[in-house]
Design a protein around this ligand. Structure first.
Ligand SMILES: [Zn+2]
Length: 180
């Protein structure tokens, strides 16, 4: 149920509605991000986009990614412990992640998102929090562990390669579950 990436007209409209400029660089950054499978850092996007736009700077890529976050076309992912570079995700609908603690790569999980998971953990949690002044607007779930090197070699497309098509590949469905 991955949503198709935004086309350039939709992206332009969303940027301009937020008083943000729609530049060829920003379109290229979005296109690269929507093709990526492992939730790249700004540096990753910079190195990829530079192949087609040699004069683009890392600062421009950063600003483009933050503009995409601002209009909701991308999400910024940071590790729960605050370490490592921020990663970016062009997939807009709610989904779960797996983070490799060795490489920092983040993968989409093929599991259906459950909006009621928090109440299954604790049916009273949201009420209790509301009484204390906290309003829950959502949740994020990230599994952590290690992706073993053998599966990386066997399935290189889960690495930096960016095949066209929806930016989701169920990596746990290949029978090669990682060993921690
Ligand atoms: Zn994702």
């Amino acid at each position: 149920m991955a949503l198709a990436p935004l086309d350039h007209d939709a992206l332009r409209a969303a940027l301009e509605a937020a008083s943000l400029r729609c530049t060829p660089q920003r379109l290229a950054v979005y296109d690269q991000l929507s093709r990526e499978l492992r939730h790249p850092t700004a540096e990753d996007v910079f190195h990829a986009v530079r192949l087609t736009i040699p004069k683009i700077s890392l600062a421009t890529v950063y600003k483009a990614l933050e503009a995409l976050v601002e209009i909701g076309a991308a999400t910024r992912l940071t590790a729960a412990d605050g370490t490592g570079s921020a990663r970016y995700d062009a997939r807009s609908e709610a989904h779960y992640h797996f983070r490799c603690l060795r490489t920092g790569s983040v993968y989409d999980l093929p599991t259906r998102f459950d909006p009621a998971l928090v109440s299954k953990l604790d049916p009273h949690l949201e009420e209790d929090l509301a009484r204390q002044g906290f309003r829950v607007t959502g949740y994020r779930l990230e599994l952590i562990g290690y992706r073993d090197q053998a599966s990386l070699a066997a399935h290189p497309r889960h690495q930096a390669e960016a095949p066209s098509g929806p930016a989701i590949r169920p990596f746990l469905s290949d029978g090669n579950e990682n060993q921690g």
